[in-house]
Design a protein around this ligand. Structure first.
Ligand code: B12
Ligand code: SF4
Length: 435
């Protein structure tokens, strides 16, 4: 019997991250559909059982699954295939970044009836109520203080105007959720936590957020561009209970950063940010990308050297190096497909599972850098005595980093080990379902 107009599903997003943030991707659209009078059910694959999913599929007229490009798109495909098997008359849909950048391809999948392609669904609504409360209570708190980023980095397809949430609304909404579920930390997923023409405007924004955070006795992390990290900004951030920031550094080569990536700043801005933040108590995650079209080996070496400089200056630094993933909708994507400057021409997958199986996260460099500089994640996965299990791989990664030897690494062993730990720690429910 049909009980729900739609069941919204959040598939497992990644196979190695211990981060389990509130599934806002389905909660905002759900708030919109509820406002329209629809009966909405929610399902989070990281926590809920397969049996519950099967039951909700049987009881729903429609299923909408969220997907960003990568492993989550593959999980979304599996879920929709299963939905059609269990309930052949169910209407199946895909939303999220993947559906937005590749709507025609997603719609061509035999198990997909519709795609949700708008950039935003219900983000102006408050997605918290008695039915969604448990999704906040059991996850790491995530929220939004603003949407959009007006910059035009050549690898990124997120470009859109910056739209801040009014501080008063943010305060009201977070106070209600905090009063009910009592979180101690919050992750702001805004691409830019503070944008604005002048430093004064940006500082004012951070001070406004800080007032709420201090009132709630909550600490927070978020994303910021390196040129904004002046000494005055670092002071305001520290006063606002910010304990962690992510900055997109991308490359250690000045010309590449300015001319090809078009980041809007050069390497000196990153160095200045590291100098300003060191010793402030805020741990910065410096995020880099490797193996982009037009990037030479020498440019990549500049990235490694900059990372060594950063971790020498800022002892609380964390660093990730992602292998460039050519996602449609950006300038750099065209270069990748055309094979610009000797880049092996990228042949785009034609299916959701194809996008999920791309080996971007499987490079030795990703793992060597991750093990060397993301001990925060490793500690969450290997608690207590379990640390011994990963120690030999950490030693090997450190040796290889020093020697700049990125040709091979026992990736399969490390991935299998991490997956076992995630199951053991209940970060994901079963290795079989995640694989
Ligand atoms: C949090 C986050 C993560 C978390 C996810 C875990 C979690 N949730 O617990 C972590 C840190 C693990 C992560 C990892 C990755 N991420 Co990420 N991540 C984000 C981030 C910062 C927020 C996502 C979010 O919750 N947004 C909030 C919701 C409300 O927005 P939304 O998902 O877009 O949903 C809205 C609409 O899309 C739509 N919608 C979404 N789903 C559905 C479904 C239906 C049915 C409907 C109707 C509508 C709908 O409605 C929502 C409300 O408007 C975004 C950047 C951003 N600010 O969005 C990047 C982002 C999603 N990540 C991205 C990527 C690429 C990754 C990685 C694959 C690689 C990488 N280098 O970052 C890795 C995976 C790594 C791995 N090892 O596998 C890209 C996706 C690009 C793309 N083409 O898909 C983004 C956009 C960042 C970027 N600048 O490129 N990520
Ligand atoms: S990479 Fe960051 S700064 Fe650049 S356009 Fe994307 S979200 Fe904006």
């Amino acid at each position: 019997m049909v009980q729900n107009d739609i069941v919204l599903v959040y598939p497992i997003p990644t196979l190695d991250s211990p981060v389990n943030l509130v599934p806002l991707s389905i909660l905002f659209p759900g708030a919109l559909f509820e406002r329209q009078g629809m009966r909405v059910a929610y399902f989070d694959e990281r926590y809920d059982s397969e049996e519950l999913l099967a039951q909700l599929i049987r009881e729903s007229r429609e299923i909408g699954v969220s997907a960003f490009t990568g492993p989550q798109a593959g999980r979304a495909a599996d879920i929709l295939i299963k939905a059609k098997q269990i309930n052949p008359s169910i209407i199946t849909g895909v939303g999220g970044h993947h559906a937005r950048i590749l709507p025609e391809q997603v719609l061509a999948e035999p198990f997909v009836d519709k795609v949700w392609t708008e950039p935003s669904y219900g983000e102006d609504l408050f997605p918290y109520n008695e039915r969604t409360k448990k999704f906040f209570a059991r996850s790491d708190m995530q929220y939004f203080a603003s949407r959009g980023c007006p910059h035009t980095c050549s690898f990124c397809c997120l470009s859109s105007p910056w739209q801040p949430k009014a501080i008063g609304d943010l305060e009201r909404e977070l106070t209600i959720i905090h009063g009910d579920v009592g979180f101690h930390e919050i992750s702001f997923s805004d691409p830019n936590i503070a944008f604005g023409r002048s430093e004064r405007e940006r500082l004012e924004r951070i001070r406004g957020i800080g007032r709420i955070m201090r009132k709630l006795k909550v600490r927070w992390d978020g994303n910021m561009r390196s040129p904004y990290l002046s000494p005055a900004m670092v002071e305001a951030l520290a006063e606002s209970n910010c304990y962690s920031l992510e900055i997109g550094c991308e490359s250690g080569n000045d010309q590449f950063l300015r001319k090809v990536i078009r980041k809007g700043h050069g390497v000196e801005a990153i160095r200045k940010a590291a100098r300003a933040v060191k010793g402030s108590g805020i741990s910065v995650m410096y995020s880099f990308i490797a193996h982009m079209p037009r990037e030479t080996k020498a440019m990549l070496m500049d990235t490694f050297d900059l990372i060594d400089w950063i971790v020498g200056v800022d002892r609380d630094a964390r660093v990730s190096i992602f292998t460039y993933a050519p996602f449609p909708g950006s300038r750099m994507y065209r270069d990748a497909v055309e094979g610009a400057a000797g880049y092996p021409p990228f042949v785009p997958p034609t299916t959701m599972k194809g996008w999920a199986s791309l080996p971007f996260m499987k490079s030795p460099l990703y793992w060597i850098a991750g093990l060397c500089f993301r001990k925060d994640n490793t500690r969450k996965n290997f608690r207590g005595d379990d640390w011994k299990l990963i120690e030999p791989y950490l030693a090997l990664a450190e040796k290889k980093w020093k020697e700049r030897d990125f040709d091979d690494f026992p990736i399969r062993d490390v991935e299998a080990l991490i997956l076992r730990q995630m199951v053991k720690n209940n970060t994901i429910r079963s290795a079989g379902r995640a694989a």
